[in-house]
Design a binder for this molecule. Structure first.
Ligand code: ATR
Length: 279
């Protein structure tokens, strides 16, 4: 039996155990995935314990995505790119860090054939999720990245971080109310928690104009159609919710741990039929 887990704090609402254990059943993998709430001062001990207990890998969530770096032996490019790790693989006591949040976002765009090279992209929010997504977008060489944030200060910090890594990417910053016409953006992504249950009647932006060939992407998965996505649908735009990224980051972690390609689209269907994830 192979053991895997999530470490973070808080973890009580995490859907990761449901996703992974259901995926293990689907793929006939003898694995168990659990979640452990870990206090920061016990992080090192917790990691040593996982190694001692022969865990094959684990996921890392808030507040350890950056703090984990000093315990790793190697860091994959996916994690270097966003300076955050959400997946660790253990081989013979050696720990390698990856970032499948970042890879999961790219996977979603590729699966739907959404290409943003030389296109305008708009990112709403400037927190940890925005950073991973902004870096993934920057890697795809858009014409410009526009960051909308409630407070300008945090958007300025994100702009600096993007330009430290991607010197040639043009980044504009505005506050949320500054833009209501989204026609020029090929992809608009909500990376804030605005509109999440139970506050489903709010959106981080007001959409007065949008182009029907644009895609609006919300990282929220509860509700499945946020006000942000409902508003965009009125203009005939394609919409994507956060379920894909949630599932893909998990399955891409499994591919890394198990060192094998999984039938990701088939597993996603299996997980969503009868809602095995518990969304
Ligand atoms: P995470 O790291 O998970 O992305 P976060 O660091 O709390 O979470 O970031 C949340 C983002 O949502 C931030 O950009 C935040 O805006 P501020 O930088 O101004 O704090 C944004 N956000 C949160 N609540 C918001 C609200 N009610 N209206 C608009 N933006 C909001």
């Amino acid at each position: 039996m192979k053991n895997f887990c999530l470490i973070g704090k808080p973890i009580s609402k995490s859907l990761s155990p449901n996703i992974h254990n259901s995926s293990f059943i689907y793929n006939k993998i003898e694995g168990i995935y659990t979640a452990f709430e870990v206090n920061e001062e016990k992080l090192e001990e917790a990691i040593s314990s996982l190694v001692a207990l022969d865990y094959k890998g684990f996921n890392v969530t808030i507040p350890f995505k950056e703090k984990i770096f000093k315990y790793l032996n190697k860091v994959d490019e996916s994690a270097v790119n966003v300076n955050a790790v959400n997946t660790v693989k253990i081989i013979n006591g050696e720990l390698t860090g990856y970032n499948t949040d970042y890879l999961g976002f790219i996977y979603t765009l590729n699966e739907r054939n959404i290409k943003i090279k030389n296109e305008d992209v708009c990112i709403i929010g400037s927190g940890g999720a925005s950073k991973a997504i902004a870096f993934a977008c920057a890697n795809m060489e858009p014409k410009k990245i526009t960051i909308l944030n409630r407070t300008r200060k945090r958007a300025e910090i994100l702009k600096i971080e993007i330009n430290e890594k991607f010197k040639n990417i043009n980044v504009d910053i505005y506050t949320n109310n500054d833009i209501t016409n989204f026609e020029k953006y090929k992809l608009i992504i909500n990376c804030t928690s605005v509109g999440m249950e139970p506050n489903t009647n709010i959106s981080p932006i007001e959409i007065k104009k949008a182009n029907c060939s644009s895609t609006f992407y919300d990282i929220i998965y509860k509700p499945r159609k946020t006000k942000f996505l409902l508003d965009a649908s009125l203009f005939g735009c394609q919409t994507i919710n956060g379920i894909d990224m949630l599932i893909y980051q998990a399955l891409l972690s499994e591919e890394i741990w198990l060192n094998k390609k999984l039938k990701i689209s088939d597993i996603k269907k299996y997980l969503l039929v009868g809602d095995k994830i518990g969304i």
